[in-house]
Each structure stands twice: as structure tokens, then as C-alpha cells.
Design a protein around this ligand. Structure first.
Ligand code: GSF
Length: 200
């Protein structure tokens, strides 16, 4: 299997953490790509029309995307236990919430990187940060007991989302008003699968 990959992508990181946890890194070959919405990679777009990573090619069918489809597929293939039946809907919802944080965080980066300065619209960037803020507040208020349980894909996605905020938006200091989530994040970052996939 081939994984279209970038070390900086929080969505790709979810897949990489799963592969580390399952001890199945050797099941995929990483194919490095670098693109933005304005500059897609032609080879990649021919198999993934939306031009987004992660994308996974596999021997038994067409290429898979997006990250949540790939993690479900790999979970079924390797039996990772990261989507536990007993709390499946909570796990998927938390994963969706974390993916939404990543979407907003990545869009903020694109706004700064791909749009000419005179065309940038700060209220739009602030609105993305507000989405992130509301999601983080919800996690701090309602999801800490889920986060303190056994590792699942909801937790993996939250850790990857927080990692991206630290990597790209450190000056906004998301920790200031979320002490419980901040403490959880420090503990999670020590796990080998997270240490090995930290964006740099
Ligand atoms: C989002 C992937 C995504 O936006 C998923 O896989 O869960 N819902 C999808 N990936 C970004 C790279 S990133 O993580 O910074 C991407 O591929 N952007 C290129 C584009 O054209 O938007």
C-alpha cells in the first residue's frame, strides 16, 4: 500500500499514529507530496480528485480517502481496537470534532500562505479561530472523561489537532483557558506513536 504523505499534515499524522500503534509501519510505503489548493500534485489528483492527503492506495480496490475512511479501513485490516464498539459513536464524534479543528487550522495557514496580502480577510481568519475555540471549550467541558480512557481514534485525532495548533498557531496560546486539556496534551505527547510523528 502507498500512503500519500506530508510530515506537516495533521490528517496524515492520524494515519501514521495508527500504523505505529498497530506496529504496521512496514505495510505502507510513504509517497511524499507537497501541494496547496492552488497548486495540486498532478499524479496524486489523478487518483484523488479532491487533491487532498492522506490518500491510500491498496491492492484490493480503488484508492481510499479521506483520513477517517483510511483509519477505519486500517483498523479493520489490522484489528487495532481504536474504534471500540462500546463507545463507537462517541469516538467517531470526537474524531469529527478534532478533524474540524484541523480543517479550520489548515485553512488559516492557506489564507496566510496562498492569498496575496492585500486580499487577506482577517474577519474570516478570526472566524476560523472562533470555531477552533468553541471546539476546544467543548472538549475541555465535556470530553475529558472520554480522553482519560483507553486510547481510541477520537483521542488520536484530538492529539493531532492540538499538535497542529502548536505547530502552526503557537502564538494564539490555546492552553491559556483550557488547563485540563493542556495537561492531557502533555501526557499524550509522551506516547511513542505521538513522539515519532510530531510535526517539525
Ligand atoms: C482533509 C485533508 C486535508 O485537508 C481528511 O483527510 O480527513 N477531510 C480530509 N489535507 C490537506 C493537507 S493538510 O493536512 O495540511 C490537503 O491535502 N490540502 C490540499 C487541498 O487542496 O486542500
Amino acid at each position: 500500500m502507498e500512503l500519500f504523505y506530508s510530515q506537516a499534515s495533521p490528517f496524515v499524522r492520524k494515519v501514521m499514529v495508527l500504523l505505529h500503534e498497530a506496529d504496521k509501519l512496514d505495510a505502507v510505503t510513504l509517497r511524499q507530496v507537497s501541494m496547496t489548493p492552488l497548486a495540486p500534485d498532478a499524479g496524486h489528483s489523478s487518483i484523488a480528485p479532491l487533491g487532498k492527503i492522506p490518500t491510500l492506495t491498496r491492492p484490493d480496490g480503488p484508492a481510499l480517502f479521506d483520513s477517517r475512511v483510511i483509519t477505519r479501513y486500517l483498523d479493520e485490516r489490522f484489528g487495532t481496537g481504536l474504534y471500540p464498539d462500546a463507545r463507537l459513536w462517541e469516538t467517531l464524534t470526537l474524531e469529527a470534532l478534532a478533524d474540524g479543528i484541523m480543517d479550520a487550522s489548515v485553512l488559516m495557514v492557506y489564507e496566510g500562505r496562498t492569498r496575496p496580502e492585500e486580499k487577506r480577510h482577517e474577519p474570516w481568519v478570526d472566524a476560523q479561530w472562533s470555531k477552533i475555540g468553541r471546539a476546544l471549550d467543548a472538549i475541555e467541558e465535556r470530553w475529558m472523561s472520554h480522553l482519560s480512557g483507553r486510547l481510541d481514534m477520537g483521542q488520536v485525532a484530538v492529539a493531532c489537532a492540538l499538535g497542529h495548533l502548536d505547530f502552526r498557531h503557537a502564538s494564539r496560546n490555546w492552553r491559556a483557558t483550557r488547563p485540563n486539556l493542556a495537561a492531557w496534551s502533555e501526557r499524550r505527547a509522551e506516547r511513542p506513536s505521538f513522539k515519532a510523528t510530531r510535526p517539525e
